[in-house]
Design a protein around this ligand. Structure first.
Ligand code: SF4
Ligand code: SF4
Length: 99
């Protein structure tokens, strides 16, 4: 779902380039193309597109990424597989998830 943007300049995502091994896992798991690999290191290129799902941080072998995932509760509800209503399903579909 590249190209989608949420609230600007509120995302908690941080990347420590020094800890990055360049494994590309973050570019693989991120649904919004927030990262690119340049000169064998990850770079954040689209911070405002981050929906704070936490997938990148959970899968980063170098602990180079931090993000307060599920801050709004929506992503964490989805990840935990809890029952969600019509409006929540609407937003998940908007974000590109099949629910
Ligand atoms: S997953 Fe972590 S170590 Fe791998 S490229 Fe991304 S930031 Fe670097
Ligand atoms: S938290 Fe989710 S949306 Fe944000 S950069 Fe990581 S994988 Fe991408």
């Amino acid at each position: 779902m590249a190209g989608l943007t949420y609230l600007k300049s509120v995302v908690t995502l941080e990347l420590s380039a020094d800890q990055c091994t360049g494994c590309r896992m973050c570019t693989t798991v991120c649904p919004h193309d927030v990262f690119v690999i340049k000169e064998k290191r990850a770079r954040i290129v689209n911070r405002d597109a981050c929906m704070e799902c936490g997938a990148c941080a959970q899968n980063c072998p170098g602990d180079a990424i931090s993000v307060r995932s599920g801050l709004c509760g929506c992503a964490s509800i989805f990840i935990r597989g809890q029952k969600h209503g019509r409006m929540t399903r609407y937003f998940f579909r908007m974000w590109g998830y099949e629910v």
